[in-house]
Design a protein around this ligand. Structure first.
Ligand SMILES: O=c1ccn([C@H]2C[C@H](O)[C@@H](CO)O2)c(=O)[nH]1
Ligand SMILES: [Zn+2]
Length: 130
């Protein structure tokens, strides 16, 4: 299992890669695949704002594209006052690929470091019934 400080470093390094000409708000994420590999992600904005991809989804989708089917931990960071709060779309995507009790670390660049779970960030998440 990847060490939390290593996840924070991967996510923090992603802050420089964020493409944010509209919000200028950089976000970084690190997702640990079932293989143990760590996937970094940054937010990628678009002139059509709704097409923006958040850092969390970039990390998760990079892992899926690399062959992961599942993830065991996620860390998110940004230049927020308190721990960063993932958006609703990301909470739903996270619930698709992590177990309900998987650790989700919400951090910032000033030392805030909170640990929650998928169930904590999206209680009663919708799951496909098929
Ligand atoms: O947890 C979050 C919150 C926001 N953003 C991005 C989306 C957009 O690019 C910018 C402002 O919302 O921050 C993320 O990537 N992750
Ligand atoms: Zn999001």
């Amino acid at each position: 299992m990847a060490d939390k400080q290593e996840l924070l470093k991967v996510a923090t390094d992603m802050l420089d890669k964020a493409y944010t000409p509209y919000s200028h708000f950089h976000v970084g994420a690190a997702a640990v695949g079932a293989s143990g590999k760590i996937y970094g992600g940054c937010n990628i904005e678009n002139a059509s704002y709704g097409a923006t991809n958040c850092a969390e989804r970039t990390a998760i989708f990079s892992g899926i594209a690399a062959g992961e089917k599942h993830f065991t931990a996620l860390l998110v960071t940004g230049n927020t006052d308190g721990p960063i709060a993932p958006c609703g779309i990301c909470r739903q995507v996270i619930s698709e690929f992590f177990d309900a009790d998987a650790p989700i670390y919400l951090t910032n660049q000033k030392g805030a470091f909170t640990e929650t779970t998928v169930e904590g960030i999206l209680p009663g998440a919708f799951v496909d019934l098929n």
